[in-house]
Design a protein around this ligand. Structure first.
Ligand SMILES: Cc1cc2nc3c(=O)[nH]c(=O)nc-3n(C[C@H](O)[C@H](O)[C@H](O)COP(=O)(O)O)c2cc1C
Length: 212
């Protein structure tokens, strides 16, 4: 199947380096809020996270962004999953957002580290009971014999732990991405897109324009 004719024009907006100034995280929050309130964007906080495993092989998957801090992004996962194991061996990480309705992409590069137990406990407690159970009973990224087996584990756990306060499994929690680089992309006419790259050098954001 050829997709040569799949082609869109990008003309919704423009981006100048001056809008970002030396505050790229503040600018990201501005773009994030715009994406979040846009009714055509269903989960603005869905981001693609890429890791590199111990054999230098990359892999990507979507996770949900749960907090934006001054210099970091946080998501939650199972530390024994494929991504969790990759991060243990190589903390270099990339996270990216694509918001098609706004013709915008943002790419972060940084270093991943586990969040504190207190922080992960607080988020775990905030999750609905059923989501807590799923985090407990799922050995994320492990092969299972059947989907029914997963359901059986889930229902058995529910039966045995009805109305009890659940404890966060130690292998499940937050990953904080400490950001070193952010690239903003805004689609433009004639494929002459706007790209601005912001690098943290000696604790200061240095901002440059990239050719599309
Ligand atoms: C919209 C969406 C949101 C997701 N959110 C998360 C998440 O927040 N945390 C997570 O571990 N997996 C999440 N997943 C599942 C991951 O994409 C992935 O399947 C899982 O984390 C296992 O990845 P791994 O085997 O590469 O470690 C989400 C998937 C989708 C499509």
């Amino acid at each position: 199947m050829k997709l040569f004719k799949h082609r869109r024009l990008y003309d919704k907006d423009s981006l100048s380096i001056d809008e970002i100034g030396n505050k790229p995280m503040k600018f990201f929050i501005k773009w994030f809020k715009e994406a979040d309130k846009f009714d055509k964007i269903i989960e603005a906080n869905a981001m693609t996270v890429s890791t590199v495993d111990k054999n230098d092989f990359p892999s990507s998957r979507v996770v949900l962004l749960k907090e934006i801090k001054d210099r970091s992004l946080i998501f939650f996962t199972n530390y024994k999953s494929k991504k969790g194991e990759a991060i243990k061996d190589n903390p270099n990480i990339c996270a990216s957002f694509y918001w098609p309705a706004l013709e915008r992409q943002v790419i972060f590069k940084g270093i991943a580290k586990k969040c504190s137990s207190n922080y992960s406990d607080a988020y775990f407690r905030s999750r609905p009971f059923n989501s807590q159970v799923a985090a407990i009973i799922s050995n994320q990224s492990q092969i299972i014999s059947s989907y029914n087996e997963l359901l059986r584990r889930y229902n058995e756990f529910l039966k045995e732990n009805k109305n009890s306060e659940l404890k966060r499994p130690v292998h499940w929690g937050g990953i904080e991405i400490l950001i070193d680089e952010i690239e903003f992309w805004q689609g433009r006419e004639n494929r002459l897109h706007n790209r601005v790259i912001c690098s943290l050098i000696k604790n200061k954001w240095v901002t440059k324009i990239l050719s599309p």
